[in-house]
Design a protein around this ligand. Structure first.
Ligand code: MOS
Length: 698
């Protein structure tokens, strides 16, 4: 090996491999793949929240020129598996939520299909429904486990006793408050879309997906097909945030529609409005947080009890109490998850499920506690740093929360901060600053395989069915391969996003780069061992992501700290955020350019959660009222001023051979709390609910 460290691809600041293809329009998204003689589907969604269809009149739709067929539960093919009720569309007359697929028109053009869909007349018998999360009124239940297999509850020591003891001690401080996060929706730029092509019993899907193999396996089961007969292709994705992590009903509809039109592929894209009921969302949460601390600020008790909603037809238990189990030391602890089954769309992953909402209440509570103690909120967090994982008792593979807090405070200029709330004014603006911690676990998802082949003339092909959601996978996986094969970056021809390639696990849980990258490292090692440094064309090797021998010994998490400056108009309550600064400790950074983009993207989405994003339910009709981008506000360029993402050098030898912890999600955790804490500092108003709309600060 002759490379010096200067020529290493890992760690190099390089532009995206797909940058030019993207801006030149040569990177096709799902709907854009060329297929012969396609027709187009448009879905009809239920207009009641619960009940059953009593009559369907497709006559007017079928009379339109260019309409080929109208699918309903009466004529659609029976699915082989209806176990997943979210995917089992057009099988029964029952309606489980407003916005469920109840019919679809297939036509020669998308315009015809859409118009004819408006002509389908459906009559319903409605039943009483419950579509609003109200923890005091809903019937709550305890799920078996939370998302990702997290324990439903955890109890250590006796939180009640710790709260009582602190309340009785004049020097100690307690807090018992409820925090609320809104229902929010993933809004990737590229809508969810699928092209379905049947050739006999072979099904090819061009689908916007975070996991071609995962989606393929599920859809094969739904249609009762051998997995080898289902092929999914997805080289580029225009954003996902978790909403493309698992297949949703639209992919089933595309395949059902194409089945009904023999010999023709069907193209199907959800409209932006339809995405609000069909591709998952983040549940609203109510978080009761209890803290007890001595006069020195050391926590004696921590409680986090989350109440959330799920759909009556399919459970998704957001693991919001999870991060509390790891953040701070305290002897007495209690975390719980309780759910309400409602007649609502099926919730699912949205960027940092669990950790994102779950870092809101506790991190605002820590700010409130600091105030009650008369202690700096950075210092309070440092004082409660956990030397070992508080609930498992395991050592951390590396934990640099304190370093992030200190480095962030230094870069932000925190040391000169006047802690008094509501006293700084710049013209009409009230000015304040806030801080919160960030955290995200190092998730392991076994089962990815990478293949390396020498194609001649110094070039190597690297194959793995990974997904690039705009995150940089095309770039960083090529960097990892070049590094471990010890060749220049341009000697690597990477292929991803196709089930014809070796199997890859989901681009989710911030684990993609680590899991796929580890498979590539193993394949490169096997290749060199087998073929040396002077291979012949056709030489190849394949390897799976190895198991981690340290997995059981250590708790593995990334940490961070976010600092925010806000300005609040004293008269109108308008909130501006001129500065957001994050410092993260997330293991090795493969490419500073794509990493920075991921981190500031997460922070921007956190800012959006803090100030804008909220899906509003009209409980009378089970209607998501603001189901479009005109009414569901997402942070835009004008809302974002200076955002800085930094990281500290962190060498963690235990997480995986590359030392990667994952950066896709940590950037959104803690941001909303930091904004809310800064709003308090600026105005003196303590808000416990996001988004912070103007009415909450006036
Ligand atoms: Mo992320 S919500 O795990 O795609």
């Amino acid at each position: 090996m002759t490379s010096t460290s200067e020529s290493r691809a890992v760690g190099a600041d390089i532009e995206r491999a797909d940058a030019r293809a993207k801006v030149a329009g040569r990177a096709p998204y799902a709907f854009e793949h060329p297929v012969d003689n396609p027709c187009y589907a448009h879905a009809v969604l239920s207009s009641i929240p619960r009940g059953r269809i009593t009559a369907v009149d497709t006559g007017a739709a079928l009379q339109e020129d260019g309409v080929i067929t109208v699918l309903t539960y009466e004529n659609a093919e029976r699915l082989a598996s209806t176990e997943d009720a979210e995917l089992a569309i057009l099988q029964e007359p029952e309606v489980a939520f407003r916005g469920q697929i109840v019919a679809a028109v297939v036509a020669g053009t998308p315009e015809t299909a859409r118009h004819a869909a408006s002509l389908v007349r459906i009559t319903y018998a409605t039943e009483p429904h419950e579509s609003e999360l109200k923890p005091d009124e809903n019937e709550l239940y305890r799920p078996e486990s939370a998302n990702g297999g997290a324990e439903t509850d955890s109890m250590l020591g006796d939180l009640e006793a710790a709260m009582e003891a602190a309340a009785a001690d004049p020097d100690a401080v307690t807090l018992d408050e409820t925090y609320v996060t809104a229902m929010t929706h993933c809004n990737p730029m590229e809508p969810h879309a699928t092209i379905a092509v049947w050739q006999g019993d072979e099904l090819t899907l061009y689908d916007s997906s975070q996991s071609v193999h995962g989606h393929r396996d599920t859809l094969a089961e739904v249609f009762g097909l051998d997995r080898a007969r289902v092929h999914m292709i997805c080289p580029y994705v225009g954003g996902g945030f978790g909403s493309k992590g698992e297949p949703h009903a639209h992919a089933v509809l595309a395949a059902l529609a194409a089945r009904a039109v023999p010999g023709r592929p069907v193209k199907f894209a959800l409209t932006r409005q339809q995405m609000f009921t069909l591709v998952g969302y983040r549940t609203p949460t109510y978080q009761r947080v209890r803290l007890a601390a001595g006069a020195d600020g050391r926590l004696t008790g921590i409680g986090m009890e989350a109440v959330e909603q799920t759909s009556r037809i399919k459970e998704f238990a957001e693991q919001s109490a999870n991060p509390t189990r790891t953040m701070y030391a305290a002897q007495h602890r209690r975390t719980t998850h309780r759910l309400a089954h409602l007649d609502v769309p099926v919730p699912s992953w949205m960027r940092a499920p669990g950790e994102c909402p779950g870092m809101f209440g506790p991190e605002v509570a820590m700010d409130e506690l600091a105030e009650r103690l008369g202690m700096d909120p950075v210092e309070l967090r440092i004082r409660n740093d956990a030397p070992v994982d508080p609930e498992s008792g395991k050592p951390f593979s590396s934990r640099n929360l304190v370093a992030c807090l200190n480095e962030g405070a230094r870069r932000f200029g925190w040391q000169d901060r006047d802690p008094r709330p509501g006293v700084r004014r710049d013209g009409r603006w009230l000015v304040g600053t806030g801080v919160a911690s960030s955290a995200y676990p190092v998730n392991r998802v076994p089962g990815s395989v990478a293949a390396v082949e020498y194609v001649g003339e110094g070039r190597y092909r690297v194959d793995i069915a990974a997904a690039d959601l705009g995150t940089g996978a095309w770039t960083v996986l090529a960097q990892i391969a070049a590094d471990r094969l010890d060749v220049p970056l341009d000697a690597v021809e990477l292929r991803i996003g196709d089930t014809a390639l070796p199997k890859a696990t989901v681009a989710g849980g911030s684990a993609g780069t680590a899991m796929w990258g580890s498979a590539i490292v193993a394949a490169a090692q096997t290749f060199r061992k087998r073929h040396g440094h002077d291979p012949s064309p056709g030489d190849h090797a394949q390897a799976e992501t190895p198991g981690n021998p340290h997995a059981e010994r250590f708790a593995m998490h990334a940490f961070g700290a976010q600092f925010v400056e806000v300005r609040v108009d004293a008269d109108t309550g308008e909130i501006r955020v001129p500065r957001l600064l994050g410092v993260f400790a997330a293991g090795r950074i493969i490419n500073p350019r794509t990493a920075r983009s991921q981190l500031i993207g997460g922070m921007t989405m956190g800012l959006s959660m803090a100030l804008h994003e909220e899906t509003v339910t009209d409980p009378r009709y089970g209607l998501l009222v603001n189901h479009d981008l005109a009414n569901y506000h997402v942070t835009a360029n004008a809302d974002v001023h200076r955002i800085e993402a930094h990281w500290i050098d962190e060498d963690d030898p235990y997480v995986n051979p590359l030392g990667i912890k994952g950066i896709g999600e940590i950037g959104i955790t803690g941001t909303a709390a930091a904004v809310v804490n800064a709003v308090r500092h600026a105005t003196g108003v303590r808000v416990r609910e996001v988004p912070v709309t103007l009415d909450k600060v006036l």
